[in-house]
Design a protein around this ligand. Sequence first.
Ligand code: GTP
Ligand code: MG
Length: 190
Amino acid sequence: MGCTSSKKINVQPLILQPRPTTITKHIKLLMSGDTNVGKTCLVTHHFKGTFENNHYTTIGLDFMIQDYELDGDTYKLQIWDTAGQERFRTLTNTFYRHCVGVFIVFDVTCRKSFERIIYWIEEVYRNTFGHIPIIIIGNKIDLDRQVSYDEAQMFASQHHCSYFETSAKNNIGLKEAIDKMMKFVLKKVQ
Ligand SMILES: Nc1nc2c(ncn2[C@@H]2O[C@H](COP(=O)(O)OP(=O)(O)OP(=O)(O)O)[C@@H](O)[C@H]2O)c(=O)[nH]1
Ligand SMILES: [Mg+2]
């Protein structure tokens, strides 16, 4: 007895989809700095368009993702908003994994937070061997300040960092700082 069968097997032709021509690149940036300087408010106002007057301290970390376009290419921009409080900083090394740029935020109305920037710069160096760009951000410029623009700018340039000023409350300045950081990261500026 043969094993022939008149049943036809319905084979679907394999259609190869063209590969997308652009590969989406993920860019991970970190926000660090003392507690209460406004890191969460900056990120939240920029990404969600809202501002919170109360301080809800970040526990561990939070992050947001956005598509970011530069010169016709789209990137997935992740901003990791870390906790400024010491007790949440045990996982610091993992925060820096795959991170390509850091914003160190201080509060222009709080001199102590400015004096602590050096600690945060050293932390970046400890965790990345100094290979990534750092932008220092002076936040809360809508209030009376204790640190002048010139002093902060000079400090930043002495430490090979760029300096930007922001108001999370009025949603001023963070976009410019992100644009500059993306250019550094993508080597569009020196
Ligand atoms: N006037 C004014 N207040 C701000 C500004 N940015 C933040 N604040 C206030 O500062 C406080 C702290 O803001 P957060 O964004 O929670 O601070 P944080 O740096 O994330 O603090 P941690 O999560 O504890 O590290 C809140 O009461 C905010 O309303 C600003 O630009 N202007
Ligand atoms: Mg926070």
